[in-house]
Write a new protein. Sequence first.
Length: 318
Amino acid sequence: MQTISATKKNGVGSLEYQRIAHPHSEQHAMGELSEEHLQKQADFSKTIENPVIFGKFNSEHHYLNTLKLVLSSTHETRNRILFCLNEILPQIPADGSLLDIGPGDGSLTKAIAQHFKQVTLVDVNHNALDNMKELLPLSVNSTQITGSILNVDLKLSQYNLVLLSHMLYYIDPPLWLGIIKSVYQSLKDGGILVIILGGDELGKSELIHHFGGQVLEIDQLAHQCRNTFGDHNVHLYASDESFVTSTQEAMLHIAGFMLADADVTASKDELNRYIIQKLQHSPSHFELTTRQKYIIIKKNSLLMDGLHDSETILPEIQ
């Protein structure tokens, strides 16, 4: 398997991520989305609010429509589903238990739920949890907990698999390692914690930096995990991803969504100029690249006693 090296930055040493090869990974991302799909995407983008300032949302409806557009422009979700199906589930006993913290739209949960007898979902949004009930197979016993993972009391040695997929963004980085330690202790011996994050490299990172924002230090978190749980218990994977549109207007909304992730704003004119200069490959091809990273931690009961000894946390990202 090929590796992707993360070079030293901010005093953090180099890391090697195993490169995940997905179907059509050698194809250009544009070739994976049909003309019909791109046209529907372009039509939908015209229905989204078009503000003067991008990087913030005027309403929940504005946010949800933009999110729908973002998800339609990438295979990130498909790729993390395939990773879990092919690499993680074969290591998990059938009829085990799953804890999914921040399931989002439920795509990943739905794809793997059949493997489990018990599924527990934690989310601050009770509407999201209500929607999840309809997605899960009838054979699965499910429990929904409304609230922040910061306030949820997890039982020890309860789960075979815990997912933290693209949800740590919503928690202050200094709290990450403490959450991961708590979640780790909720795993059964031999259980697996899957942490998925993205956006700290390639085109998304350049976009955020251009407008004065800071990206999350995912490599720093990976080092913290290895120092805490041991190199042999922590495995790193990465896949290069793209957000693709056929129109500048659609890419404008997607780029604005990425800026909002980093709490950065830009005027419509400034963002359009950047898109033309950096993200336009042809009159009908706009593409923003990013890298999705996976931190996989396997439970070793011999580590349990040492996890309370120190509370090393990530420094605040300014």
